[in-house]
Ligand binder design. Structure first.
Ligand SMILES: CC(C)(COP(=O)(O)OP(=O)(O)OC[C@H]1O[C@@H](n2cnc3c(N)ncnc32)[C@H](O)[C@@H]1OP(=O)(O)O)[C@@H](O)C(=O)NCCC(=O)NCCS
Length: 208
């Protein structure tokens, strides 16, 4: 496996002062919406805890910053090239760190019924072999994990990333971007979490 994953419960986080840098604490204290503050903190804790296993620095010296695209990166003294990803949903947050040079994207979603309008807007007809909430939630988590793997959010049409009979296919702008990234072989892992969540991890399959 080319990545490490950590899942945390938002109700069981240590005090923010114990793991955030002074700059991160300022950002944390600036959030107006409690839900956003809590999930942001959970994502930071999961990623920084995971990263502290890779470095000799105190956890407060390891920072998580977001590019203008929203993509998270690790900031450590001397620099760091390990790709990372964060997700949060409901009571959980999760983060992953990949081997240097490999892509990574994680997405966690609560299993719940979705509207027909959302379904039509999000998926190609050829993907919808079922409309059961469990199936659609997993499919959506896989797409978002791939979007994060590629370093983009929902600026791409999610129908340009399709899972047909379980196989990932790229179309349109997503295909162009995938080619620019060197046409990596994307591997998808799925975890079922207690409480009715699907967690998808898109990682780069090592070349044999
Ligand atoms: C990225 C996106 C697909 C995730 O959506 P989501 O399922 O609602 O939320 P998740 O909890 O699973 O993921 C959120 C995390 O994705 C990460 N993320 C955001 N944009 C990303 C991108 N372009 N590439 C990779 N990861 C990204 C961030 O770490 C974010 O958490 P954080 O803000 O606490 O650091 C969606 O939020 C999106 O398209 N955002 C647009 C980008 C954006 O927000 N830009 C503004 C930058 S300030």
């Amino acid at each position: 496996m080319s990545y490490k994953l950590k899942i945390v419960e938002l109700d069981k986080l240590p005090p923010a002062e114990e793991f955030l840098s002074p700059r991160e604490l300022k950002t944390y204290n600036g959030f107006k919406v409690e839900k956003r503050r809590r999930e942001w903190l959970g994502g930071r804790y999961a990623l920084k805890k995971l990263a502290s296993g890779f470095f000799i620095f105190d956890i407060r010296q390891i920072e998580v910053v977001n590019r203008t695209s929203g993509q998270p990166i690790l900031g450590v003294p001397g620099g760091c090239s390990l790709p990372v990803s964060i997700t949060h949903s409901g009571d959980f947050a999760a983060a992953a760190i990949a081997t240097a040079g490999m892509g990574i994207g994680v997405d966690m979603e609560v299993i719940e019924p979705r509207s027909t309008a959302w379904m039509k807007q999000s998926f190609g007809d050829d993907e919808l072999s079922s409309t059961a909430p469990v199936f659609l939630t997993e499919l959506w988590a896989k797409k978002e994990a791939v979007l994060k793997f590629m370093g983009v959010g929902l600026s791409l049409d999610t129908r340009d990333i399709r899972f047909i009979n379980g196989r990932l296919q790229f179309y349109g702008r997503a295909l162009d971007l995938w080619a620019r990234l060197g046409s990596p072989k994307v591997q998808i892992d799925i975890k079922d979490l207690d409480g009715g969540y699907k967690l998808a991890i898109a990682s780069e399959a090592p070349l044999l």
